[in-house]
Design a protein around this ligand. Structure first.
Ligand code: PMT
Length: 411
């Protein structure tokens, strides 16, 4: 199985499961962690076993599940000490009011709570419970104590709860938990930067039901936005219509439809940013006529002529007004990749251009992978072979980071 690009790859992760109805969702988390290359050790409390069985987790993780206080490990080591010694990160999911209260107040009366006390690695709590319990003074006071003591706490989500009510208390999605775990391992080398990313396609209307658009799925831009935020930057994502989930819930997302709307949004926000990365595939032309009604087909009509006019060249405009901001463009090419892309870089006054061959199957538009050439102002071109879009995003951000460092030195 191909391992996903992840900071969790090769890490020893302890997953603590406590007795809440959301315990069944932890099976998917363990599966996703192993897919990302982590070696997962599951620890269950007695109450957790009322909801789910150790067999499920042993099968998914490939490791024995610990659920008894006095278990020996690796021959002779006491279990909770042995596991604490090898762990890189620990996550407690779901974290009930009971486990939160116990750990906040220094109680260590089972394997999980003694392990928490015996370890120095980052520990993430993912609470899930009834809204009134979550909002109770006792739980909020204990959450405050955990935060003060350096534990990481995720806010529960809002929605329908197992107890039949609606409110705050849902387990965050598995994707959100994984992203938080990645976050904990990621060096915040872009902290202090504000990065504007554009992604996805624009749509130009022919009439109220038809439009001119392109095959951009938004995946490349969303990957850049996610990785930039993971590395500590504040991120504004200006996106055309896509079918993707928001990359993270701490990214400001501005949705647009047309090239004109994208231009307006970009011009409103670029000034507050140190870096602008224009991944979006923007329509170069739009319909000249505004057809307010659906265009009707005539009985004897074989041809329909559309008159198109030029859309604003957003990146060209930014190149003229960007001052010392770093401006990164993408070039979707089908031939003479480097020559055409470098020509765009010079004409539009970019700092970097990322060229991708959109005629090559398996990369570029819509796919989960890309292969790019990163070209700088001197014409130096670095080829990055086919990788996941997350990995490509990370390499692009490395190049941006180098430019930021260089600019800071020159100032
Ligand atoms: O979204 P995915 O499915 O993941 O696919 C990713 C991608 C193939 C869309 C992406 O990797 C990519 O190549 N994006 C740029 C596509 C494009 O429009 O290329 P271009 O060569 O036509 O434009 C060059 C640059 O000018 C781009 O940064 C573009 O955002 C910008 N532009 C273009 C036209 C215009 N009117 N205004 C612009 O700002």
């Amino acid at each position: 199985m191909e391992k996903e690009f992840s900071m969790l790859n090769g890490k020893e992760i302890i997953v603590g499961i406590t007795g809440g109805i959301a315990a069944y969702k932890t099976a998917e988390l363990v599966r996703e962690l192993t897919k990302r290359g982590a070696n997962v050790h599951v620890v269950m409390t007695k109450n957790a076993m009322e909801f789910v069985t150790p067999l499920t987790f042993q099968t998914i993780s490939g490791n024995p599940v610990v659920h008894q206080m006095f278990e020996l490990f690796y021959g002779s080591k006491i279990g909770h000490i042995a596991l604490s010694d090898i762990a890189d990160q620990m996550v407690i999911v779901p974290a009930t009011a009971n486990i939160i209260g116990k750990i906040a107040n220094g109680i260590a009366d089972d394997f999980l709570t003694t392990m928490v006390m015996a370890t120095t690695v980052p520990i993430l709590f993912v609470p899930s419970m009834n809204t009134k319990m979550w909002e109770s003074k006792a739980v909020q006071c204990n959450i405050g104590k955990l935060k003060e003591n350096g534990f990481e706490i995720m806010e529960p989500g809002t929605g329908d709860l197992a107890c039949g009510t609606h409110g705050k208390g849902r387990l965050p999605t598995i994707g959100e938990i994984l992203e938080k775990m990645e976050d904990i391992f990621t060096k915040k080398d872009l902290k202090g930067e504000r990065i504007l990313v554009t992604a996805g396609p624009t749509m130009e209307f022919i009439d109220p039901v038809r439009c001119i658009t392109n095959r951009s799925s938004g995946k490349m831009g969303y990957a850049i936005a996610k990785l930039a935020r993971r590395r500590g930057a504040e991120v504004i994502l200006i996106t055309g219509k896509t079918y993707l989930e928001p990359p993270r819930n701490d990214i400001r997302i501005i949705e647009i439809t047309t090239a004109y709307e994208m231009r307006e949004a970009v011009l409103e926000h670029y000034k507050d940013c140190s870096v602008i990365i224009k991944t979006a595939a923007v329509a170069d032309f739009r319909c000249r006529a505004e057809n307010c009604q659906k265009i009707k087909k005539q009985e004897d009509q074989d041809i329909l002529l559309l008159e198109l006019e030029k859309n604003p060249d957003i990146i060209g405009e930014l190149g003229r007004i960007k001052e010392d901001r770093i401006l990164v463009g993408f070039a979707a090419e089908t031939e003479k990749l480097v020559d055409h892309a470098y020509d765009k870089l010079k004409r539009k006054k970019l700092d970097l251009i990322i060229a991708n061959d959109v005629s090559k199957p398996g990369i570029g538009f819509g796919s989960d992978k890309n292969e790019v050439t990163i070209i700088d102002k001197t014409g130096y071109a670095r080829h990055v072979p086919e990788k996941s879009k997350d990995e490509i995003a990370d390499v692009i951000l490395d190049a941006v980071k180098r430019l930021l460092k260089k600019k800071k030195k020159e100032r």
